[in-house]
Design a protein around this ligand. Structure first.
Ligand code: F6R
Length: 256
């Protein structure tokens, strides 16, 4: 079962997630990290930056990227990763890949990204957010649970959710290239974060509903090592919330 941690705030969640990443880097300074973008992981990246660790050996792979934005667009995930992750964490320039960033045709970019992840030794820890549609990465409902990196069409609901980052909703691309659910399952540790009431249904469906392509986030139930960190609002519809709190309060010394 996933370890579910219910916290008071996104900052608290960020501190816990950053602590998990720090422990990994103490063991493995050249770990390969998988980076989500969007609002959710920002407190984790801030907390990690505040720790002042030397992350010069870390390599990374972004979860996804929009298709069709002009090169250098401030909301491309390439730009977001450089701004929110590479610069503040002091990662080496070029150490974090983004799907489709190899300058080769989009067709085949998914397969090439998979090969590059494999060549890097796989992703040690993947940071994830979840969308209101239940997507992780940009794997919208209906995505194969075994899918690998590929081009997908965003739902209208996700485009509207992400319109807040753009000048107008029409500017949000209709397509993306995203790690697949099968790609995400190959990472060695998944850290899934969610905050706010708007995520409560998706979180409950992903963690406690049936494993189904209709709720792509439910694929985490198939993974042997998942840490879910949610605030009270996002945890609101979790049937077993009391048990998750109890298990966290009673974790063993070596789990702390
Ligand atoms: C981002 C990503 C998405 C987001 C999700 C939640 O790389 O893959 O799955 O994590 O859309 O977005 P926010 O965090 O902005 O609510």
């Amino acid at each position: 079962m996933a370890e579910v941690v219910i916290v008071g705030s996104a900052d608290e969640a960020g501190d816990i997630a950053a602590g998990i990443i720090r422990s990994l880097l103490e063991q493995l300074p050249d770990a390969v990290l998988g980076f989500a973008t969007g609002s959710t992981p920002l407190s984790t990246y801030r907390a990690l930056a505040a720790q002042g660790l030397d992350l010069g050996a870390v390599r990374g792979f972004a979860l996804d990227e929009y298709v069709g934005l002009p090169a250098g667009h401030s909301q491309s995930y390439r730009a977001v990763i450089d701004r929110e992750v590479v610069a503040p964490l002091g990662l080496q320039p070029g150490s974090v890949r983004v799907p489709g960033d190899d300058g080769l045709p989009l067709q085949g970019a998914g397969e090439r990204y998979e090969r590059d992840i494999y060549a890097a030794g796989g992703i040690d820890l993947q940071v994830l957010g979840i969308g209101r549609t239940g997507h992780i990465g940009f794997n919208e409902p209906g995505s194969s649970l075994a899918s690998l990196t590929r081009v997908k069409t965003l739902t209208e609901s996700t485009r509207l959710d992400n319109a807040r980052f753009f000048d107008s909703p029409d500017e949000v691309p209709t397509h993306c290239i995203t790690q697949g659910l099968g790609t995400i399952l190959r990472a060695r540790h998944l850290v899934l974060l969610a905050f706010g009431e708007s995520k409560a249904d998706a979180v409950a469906a992903a963690l406690e509903g049936p494993v189904s392509a209709s709720t792509p986030g439910s694929v985490v139930q198939l993974h042997p090592r998942v840490t879910v960190i949610v605030d009270e609002a996002a945890a609101r519809h979790l049937e077993h919330a009391d048990y998750y709190r109890y298990a966290w309060d009673h974790r063993l010394d070596w789990e702390r």
